[in-house]
Design a protein around this ligand. Structure first.
Ligand SMILES: Nc1ncnc2c1ncn2[C@@H]1O[C@H](COP(=O)(O)OP(=O)(O)O)[C@@H](O)[C@H]1O
Ligand SMILES: [Mg+2]
Length: 258
């Protein structure tokens, strides 16, 4: 279970960032007093336009950033005070693939598995399953630098799941993927959910969220403006689909702002 309690994240901007973001002062409130709870056995969506604060929030949950205010508990462990315990139960995936180009998928999988202290026979078993699922087996001995972007992304996903985490956090899971790989990824997320894992994704693609997510939080300019199921989002906005519901929430939020 992931419990985000009144989390605020403020970035301090340098001069260059202030100019780029046309900021009036050097404080950027990226996430504003957000509270959300997500449970095992569901796909939970963090939805919102670019710049809403989705990545910032997910980085806080994954212990890559400390919240400025508030608390996050992952299976009861505090992300700031018990980072190590939190990292053992989560995988944080993004589409920025960072893998050493000289090594093969097989080598990398084993290397990271051993870092987690997983016995070799268990690593082999997980490797077989994940490599077969993502069709990596046929190029498992090639160097990463020889692989296409789609292949690299699949390898990076497989390697991130080596420790069989109970919580999988995926920032913009299908962004930049070709249609076949994207489907393989979303199908795998559903499989993880069926196995009782908690999957948290961020996306700005509302039709994708509508198809995938059991519950969702809508983030606009750092604030959570809605949390609930698809049905609740539609009922509350009298919308026919999630995209319309999003624009209705967006319109209301901007009305209050202006
Ligand atoms: N490292 C950083 N330093 C300063 N500002 C940042 C940093 N990362 C993100 N921001 C700003 O915080 C806001 C939220 O960004 P982000 O969390 O990446 O949003 P999203 O993932 O929803 O597109 C944006 O205005 C962005 O420019
Ligand atoms: Mg982002």
């Amino acid at each position: 279970m992931v419990e985000v309690q009144h989390v605020t994240k403020i970035y301090k901007l340098n001069k260059k960032q202030m100019e780029e973001q046309k900021a009036k002062n050097n404080m950027k409130v990226a996430v504003k007093n957000v509270s959300v709870t997500a449970h095992e056995g569901e796909i939970f969506g963090i939805l919102g336009p670019n710049g809403a604060g989705k990545t910032t929030l997910l980085r806080c949950v994954s212990t890559l950033l400390d919240p400025t205010e508030g608390t996050i508990l992952v299976n009861g462990h505090d992300t700031v005070k018990e980072g190590e315990a939190v990292r053992r139960s989560i995988a944080f995936l993004t589409n920025e693939v960072k893998m050493d180009a000289h090594f093969s998928p097989k080598y990398l999988f084993r290397f990271f598995g051993r870092l987690y202290g997983i016995p070799d026979d268990v690593i082999s078993m997980r490797q077989k399953e994940l490599f077969e699922y993502f069709n990596i087996t046929e190029f498992e001995d090639k160097r990463v630098e020889e692989l296409s972007t789609g292949m690299k992304q699949k390898v990076s996903i497989a390697v991130s799941l080596v420790h069989d985490p109970s919580i999988v956090i995926f920032d913009e899971p299908t962004n930049g993927l070709d249609i076949i790989t994207a489907r393989a990824v979303t199908d795998y997320l559903k499989l993880l959910k069926e196995r009782g894992k908690l999957v948290i994704i961020s996306t700005h693609i509302m039709p994708e969220a509508q198809k995938l997510c059991d519950r969702m939080a809508m983030i606009i300019q750092g604030s959570c403006v809605f949390q609930g199921t698809l049905e609740e989002a539609l009922q509350g906005t009298h919308a026919e689909d999630l995209e319309d519901a999003f624009f209705e929430l967006y319109r209301k939020t901007m009305e209050v702002e202006s």
